[in-house]
Design a protein. Structure first.
Length: 158
């Protein structure tokens, strides 16, 4: 029996199951191939060793990737209160609400341990967006972004 996990995002309760080994390995491989080129845009800077992400370079490195099919694949074992999270569900529920899709995807990636604990996801959560010609985002704004990405705490079920 697959372990299941629960999380509430913006008042909607979600349930996800751990990927079976073979499906999980395929998804992990796709995630690594997808994120690999973009990871090169993350740099460590400053005395505090904080991570900085150049948003324009990150986006450029990901161009041409089929983001939506990867998201659907990551969410294939995830259910809302009423239905399975499918492409149609995402189209109908999250139109113009991309941050909550990212929260859901990030949670599923975390509970499945695709990158271990605090590995690449920790870097991405702590990344400060640096726009050319502008100073890095403040620590309080960084904390706000991290809290926003974390959303409500998830729980494991039986």
């Amino acid at each position: 029996m697959q372990k299941e996990f629960f999380k509430e995002i913006e008042g909607v309760k979600y349930r996800t199951l751990l990927f079976p080994w073979s499906s999980g390995m395929n998804v992990k491989s796709r995630l690594v191939k997808f994120l690999g080129p973009a990871i090169d845009t993350i740099t460590t800077t400053g005395k505090d060793g904080g991570f900085h992400l150049d948003a324009s370079k990150f986006t450029d490195r990901l161009s041409g990737q089929d983001v939506s099919s990867l998201i659907v694949e990551v969410l294939q074992y995830t259910y809302s209160e009423k239905e399975r999270v499918s492409k149609e569900y995402l189209d109908n529920t999250f139109s113009g609400d991309y941050l909550n899709v990212y929260k859901l995807v990030l949670w599923v990636v975390e509970v499945n341990g695709f990158f271990g604990k605090g590995d690449i996801l920790g870097i991405l959560k702590k990344a400060v967006t640096v726009v050319p010609g502008m100073s890095p985002v403040s620590t309080s704004m960084q904390d706000s972004l991290t809290n926003s990405l974390n959303g409500s705490s998830g729980t494991q079920g039986k």
